[in-house]
Ligand binder design. Structure first.
Ligand SMILES: [Fe+2]
Ligand SMILES: [Fe+2]
Length: 244
């Protein structure tokens, strides 16, 4: 295995590790937002830390990492957190309110920064990331996402997860592959709030989607999010019909 580095938007780097141990192949992607204060979105799993940290060091020195953030607490999102905190002495955890209250104080070897409120912007110097609460979307009570404002890049975590050996960045459809992967893994938490939460993200009008598992997407992010919301709506209605 190796970790490939690609700049998917100005100063936003995708660190991608492909494994064929999962059917059809699967990518684990972290995103480095290289502001003056560098931020990493997703720590990656502990076992991938040697690969991912070597990849990040090709872009910036590890010690320059200031923030480690992720969509929710789970092995691939937060597993290597403490390895990063050890490697980068100035790094702190930056996640939302539930993430700090439920897990942050217990799981991190250093106290997290005060919780990022819904809509709060973290100014990285040259880059600005806005935290958005998305509870249970696509999964995890503490779920949230980051929107990098200067490049209109939505770091959308597990949303749009799709498997396969994919390019770093695509302009092709990502909704169809994500829907097929949902059929396979059922990784999303379907509630009445799922589609409306995804539609709220569409109002950000992202030009790039940084997808944690799969290719990143360049193009009309709002249209992709609306189509993903339609897919979730269809699934939710079908689940209600099936229960009646
Ligand atoms: Fe997850
Ligand atoms: Fe994930």
């Amino acid at each position: 295995m190796e970790t490939q580095v690609d700049e998917i938007a100005a100063g936003v780097y995708r660190l991608s590790t492909f494994t064929d141990a999962i059917a059809g192949g699967f990518t684990f992607n972290q995103f480095l937002v290289a502001g003056d204060d560098a931020l990493l979105f997703h720590s990656g799993p502990r076992q991938m830390f040697p690969l991912v940290s070597a990849a990040l060091a090709k872009v910036i020195p590890l010690e320059r990492l200031r923030w480690v953030s992720f969509g929710h607490w789970e092995a691939d999102e937060s597993g290597a957190l403490n390895d990063w905190l050890q490697a980068a002495p100035n790094a702190e955890v930056a996640v939302g309110t539930l993430g700090v209250l439920l897990s942050g104080h217990d799981q991190a070897i250093r106290p997290p920064r005060p919780p990022l409120a819904d809509g709060e912007v973290l100014d990285l110097g040259g880059k600005r990331v806005r935290w958005i609460d998305t509870p249970h979307v696509p999964h995890g009570w503490d779920a949230g996402l980051l929107f990098e404002e200067t490049t209109a890049t939505l770091l959308c975590g597990d949303l749009f997860t799709h498997n396969g050996a994919v390019p770093a960045l695509t302009e092709a459809d990502v909704v169809g592959p994500a829907s097929a992967t949902e059929d396979l893994y059922h990784f999303s938490c379907l509630t009445a709030a799922t589609a409306p939460t995804v539609r709220r993200l569409a109002t950000l009008a992202p030009r790039t989607l940084g997808i944690m598992h799969g290719a990143s997407f360049a193009g009309d992010g709002a249209a992709a999010l609306e189509a993903m919301a339609d897919d979730y709506d269809r699934r939710f209605q079908a689940s209600i019909a099936a229960a009646q």
